[in-house]
Write a protein that binds this ligand. Structure first.
Ligand code: GLC
Length: 534
């Protein structure tokens, strides 16, 4: 891909900074740790790195509660470390994307402190309202927080403020001109430092429906849902994104924006990637899709059709820091791993851009038995009795060695790592041709070598219909489905075919050609191939 379009088929590696590599022994990963481990990412063959928030924060939500958007939290280093990291990444040919969290600040942000202190006008930057009922003792409306409980908290003087997430994350009022001005300046700050783009947190949430109407049915704010909600996916967010796109385009680049937007449909999601908006939006549909060939095919078809119709590449995501790791979602153990390996090759054979979450290249499973006392996820801490969903995928990376912390750092690790992860470490997997790490490396090498792999084909800008019909011509993404037995997907991309067997048993197919890469050994006599299970 021409460098101006690097993002269209980029493989972007998500670094969850606190769990990647710890350089100073406090058990928390840091920017220097990331810099020292960049060679791993360069060898892996990804195009870019996305760093989760490393800004000054009380860490009520893993740094997604920012108290100073222009400074590095001492836990993670300082600005000089950020600068060194960006330069070192660029020297290795890796681009750097950083998180920006515009929907809410920390309750320790100077603006919110001023609001609580009653400074004139300061509450207007947030959503402060009187309560309902006798003495205003009831919240202003019936919205619930994504992390459980009411989306409102009361201040000592009796007013209520809105927080779609934890009480320590008050929502900003984007109608206020100073909010937009401040974020434009924050974006400039990091762009001037040389970063290549932003991952926009809760990009669908910044604008709320006028009057903050009740849901009326006690429904809870769910990130993954299909019903329209008055606090998510309001049309007004697009105006903000358009202004950000203009700002990004004013820099030499391209500098890109990727929206974390949970839209109720692929069509609504496509609106976020119109040509004058952000470049990409995460396509989370695989996260909700079970191990099922028909379901996966539907996800692929609908995802490609929706974004291709506006000229944007689709993105593919199998895991991130908010969901159960896909080895475990697909059943865990040897079978879950076999499926995760197959899914990785499927994802990397599809047109568009792919996101790899740290540790998935090692085949890490979800850690399911973390002691409650170790958990930090506000989603767990606020909904006692329910499963904490987001700590088990955030356990620090095993790099080397026979026991915890497996080379994560000189000290311990902020979440305990399981016994038995020595075999999954980067060092243990390097050079082992059967390892998941070498599978990812080989796939990413192929992606570079075969121009058809991942590459968006001619016609991106054309209006698309289908991703390609069963026996018709390839669709605008250069992809064509071929007939296949039940439980099997078979499609062509320019120069190769991809077959994917979801069955628990082997399947024999006419050989579409010479096998170039497979997630498990494939037997072939030149005329047929025997696809292994999963
Ligand atoms: C996004 C982040 C998640 C965070 C939430 C609130 O969904 O991915 O980790 O808790 O936003 O900022």
């Amino acid at each position: 891909t021409a460098s101006g379009d690097w993002w269209r088929d980029a493989v972007i590696y998500q670094v969850y900074v606190r769990s990647f590599a710890d350089s100073d022994g406090d058990g928390v990963g840091d920017l220097r740790g990331v810099r020292e481990r960049l060679p791993h990412l360069a060898r892996l063959g990804v195009d870019a790195v996305w760093l989760t928030p490393f800004y000054v924060s009380p860490q009520a939500d893993g740094g997604y509660d920012v108290a100073d958007y222009r400074a590095v939290d001492p836990l993670f280093g300082d600005l000089a470390d950020a600068d060194d990291l960006v330069r070192a990444a660029h020297a290795l040919g890796l681009r750097v994307i950083v998180d920006v969290v515009p929907n809410h600040t920390s309750d320790q942000h100077p603006w919110f402190r001023a609001a609580l202190a009653g400074e004139p006008g300061a509450r207007e930057r947030y959503h402060f309202h009187p309560g309902r009922g006798a003495a205003g003792a009831q919240p202003p409306n019936d919205w619930e927080s994504v992390f459980g409980g009411p989306a409102w908290s009361r201040t000592p003087d009796g007013q209520w403020y809105l927080h779609l997430f934890a009480p320590e994350q008050p929502d900003l009022n984007w109608e206020h001109p100073e909010v937009a001005e401040e974020f434009a300046s924050v974006l400039r700050f990091w762009l001037d430092l040389g970063i290549d783009g932003f991952r926009v947190d809760v990009a669908h949430g910044m604008v709320k429906a006028p009057g903050l109407p009740d849901l009326g049915h006690g429904a809870q704010a769910t990130l993954i849902g299909t019903q329209p909600l008055p606090f998510f996916d309001q049309d007004g967010v697009h105006e903000i994104h358009r202004s950000w796109r203009r700002l990004l385009d004013s820099y030499e680049g391209p500098r890109i924006g990727v929206a974390e937007a949970w839209a109720p449909s692929s069509e609504r999601l496509a609106l976020y990637v119109r040509p004058d908006e952000l470049h990409q939006a995460f396509n989370f549909r695989f996260l909700k899709c079970p191990w099922d060939a028909e379901g996966m095919r539907t996800v692929i078809d609908e995802s490609l059709a929706a974004t291709t119709s506006v000229g944007a590449p689709t993105t593919w995501v199998l895991s991130n820091h908010d969901v159960v790791r896909h080895v475990t979602r697909y059943g865990g153990g040897a079978r879950g791993l076999a499926r995760a390996r197959a899914a990785a090759l499927l994802m990397l054979a599809l047109p568009g851009s792919a996101y790899v979450y740290q540790g998935e290249e090692l085949g890490l499973p979800e850690v399911l038995d973390l002691p409650d006392a170790a958990r930090k996820d506000p989603a767990f801490l606020r909904s006692a009795g329910q499963d904490g969903l987001r700590d088990g995928c955030r356990v620090p990376i095993p790099w080397s060695g026979a026991q915890p912390p497996y080379g994560f750092g000189p000290g311990g690790s902020w979440l305990p790592q399981p016994a038995g992860w020595d075999g999954l470490s980067v060092a243990a997997q390097t050079g082992d041709p059967h390892s998941t790490l070498e599978l990812y490396r080989a796939a990413l090498e192929l992606r570079r070598a075969l121009p058809g792999l991942g590459a968006p084909e001619a016609g991106w800008a054309q209006t698309a219909g289908e991703a390609g019909s069963e026996d018709g011509a390839p669709g605008p993404t250069g992809m064509r489905w071929l007939p296949a037995p039940e439980g099997v997907l078979l499609f062509t991309r320019p120069g190769f075919a991809c077959t994917f067997n979801t069955r628990p048993t082997p399947v024999e197919l006419p050989a579409p050609g010479r096998p170039v890469l497979s997630s498990a050994p494939v037997e072939t006599d030149g005329r047929t191939v025997l696809l292994p299970p999963d």
